[in-house]
Design a protein around this ligand. Structure first.
Ligand SMILES: Nc1ncnc2c1ncn2[C@@H]1O[C@H](COP(=O)(O)OP(=O)(O)OP(=O)(O)O)[C@@H](O)[C@H]1O
Length: 442
């Protein structure tokens, strides 16, 4: 048994020191059992200084989430804490019970977001002019994957390569296409066509043009987008919705460098740069026969990361969008507090950059001071701080989730949605209420 324990401990120690988050484990008296190397780095306390000692000797009891979860018996998720003036973390903490249901301790996992919050603060003292490098297209690019995409597109911008930019909606695919057009110093126009906004029956003539003579000479001839974008760039948005027959014509155009108007017999040279985009998983569509592999492989594919995968870009994007919005309404841009920046960092941004722009616009409009504080944020983005949780007890630990949810719904109904009154009615802090509402999707 002893050997198994020591083997398990060896595995466990390696695991703890391999993760990117700080991990702290205590027994029910608050004696530190685990303290990994990220925790050493965040708090500047070595393992051999703290393991075996009471955690209260190093931190004030109120600021230790582990005590709070042991007292309430409730786990907490993504609670913001500012343990030192220069440290910003998100904490997940869970109480631990033995097989008989006895509380034996708790574990906390802390994600350090100091870097992102500091970046935002630095931008107030020394504004970053790198984002203006592409003049007309201010491109924030602190994230290394984003930098690689931009570098490749810029380096090849004068070459006739066709690119396919994939990524969620609103990650900046069209902006990158415009940046490439601009960097390539093309003399023709940048034309954009949304493949999903044109009826499929009209797509071919829209793209390839129409040769009226071929139909008895009664119809007008009409150039398509390939001709109209001559010496410029044609951006094909959402290419995955093209019918297979159009995909086949497009694949042929790209491989042969020439195309025919619909009904035409004269080959016309392809004289525009093609950048396509897609929000779909094209490899999967190819494997299901829904997208032609000839077309897929005719492009150089680049994946543009979602905003949640490039949090380093957030502070600059917030500053950019906030100052643009403030300028439009003739205000000076308000400052984001560290807590607000932390909240924006932990949010998952399903709508990517347009959603961020929208929220910055909202903040610019509603702010009536020099600072944006947590309560100005839309509820879905707001965070719960450790101080909020300390203020009131955690909500009703003995209730089941359904009962808790319905009690909260009831309180909100009775107070007509007034959260401060609902929190008072439930006997919990406003922060705890927001936290629970978010948890239950209320
Ligand atoms: N790197 C960036 N820096 C600053 N602003 C950006 C950046 N990338 C995109 N934007 C802005 O974000 C918004 C969305 O960008 P864009 O339209 O290029 O996304 P998209 O991926 O093409 O969206 P969709 O898939 O819906 O077509 C635009 O307002 C654009 O100006």
């Amino acid at each position: 048994m002893g050997t198994i324990d020591s083997k398990m401990k060896a595995y466990f120690d390696v695991l703890l020191d391999s993760v990117n988050d700080a991990v702290t484990g205590v027994d029910r008296d608050g004696t530190v059992l685990y303290w990994n190397n990220v925790a050493e780095r965040i708090y500047g306390i070595q393992k051999d200084q703290i393991v075996g000692k009471k955690i209260g000797e190093f931190f004030q009891k109120g600021s230790v989430m582990l005590f709070q979860v042991m007292e309430s018996g409730c786990p907490v998720h993504q609670v913001y804490h500012n343990p030192r003036p220069d440290k910003h973390v998100f904490i997940n903490a869970v109480p631990i019970y033995d097989k008989d249901g006895e509380l034996i301790g708790a574990i906390a996992i802390e994600q350090d977001i100091t870097h992102t919050v500091k970046l935002s603060e630095e931008l107030y003292s020394k504004p970053d002019d790198r984002i203006h490098a592409h003049s007309d297209y201010p491109l924030v690019n602190r994230n290394s994957s984003m930098q690689q995409v931009i570098q490749l597109l810029t380096q090849t911008s004068e070459q006739p390569y066709s690119f396919l930019l994939t990524g969620e909606t609103g990650v900046g695919k069209e902006t990158l296409a415009k940046m490439t057009h601009h960097a390539g110093k093309r003399s023709g126009p940048f034309l954009s066509i949304s493949c999903d906004s044109i009826p499929s029956g009209l797509l071919d003539s829209e793209l390839f043009g129409y040769d009226g003579k071929a139909f008895g000479g009664n119809q007008e001839e009409r150039p398509g987008k390939f001709e109209l974008a001559i010496d410029g760039t044609l951006y094909l948005k959402n290419i995955h919705v093209l019918p297979l027959s159009t995909q086949s014509k497009l694949a042929q155009t790209l491989s042969e460098g020439q195309f025919y108007r619909i009904g035409g017999t004269l080959p016309l040279p392809l004289r525009c740069h093609i950048v396509a985009s897609s929000t779909a998983n094209l490899e999967e569509m190819v494997s299901k026969g829904l997208f032609l592999k000839e077309l897929y492989y005719a492009f150089h594919s680049l994946s543009v990361p979602a905003l949640r995968e490039r949090k380093e870009d957030l502070p600059e994007l917030c500053h950019l969008f906030l100052s643009e919005s403030a300028q439009v309404i003739g205000k000076s841009a308000p400052r984001l507090t560290s807590e607000v920046m932390a909240a924006l960092t932990t949010y998952h941004w399903p709508g990517n950059l347009p959603q961020l722009r929208n929220i910055m616009e909202h903040l610019a409009i509603v702010s009536n001071g020099a600072q944006i504080t947590l309560d100005t944020l839309p509820p879905a983005i707001r965070l719960v701080t450790l101080a909020d949780l300390a203020e009131g007890s955690l909500p009703l630990p003995t209730l089941s989730e359904e009962m808790e949810r319905s009690k909260i719904e009831d309180a909100l109904k009775r107070t007509r949605g007034n959260k401060a009154s609902a929190a008072r009615l439930l006997g919990i802090s406003r922060g705890s209420l927001y936290y629970k509402m978010k948890q239950y999707g209320l």
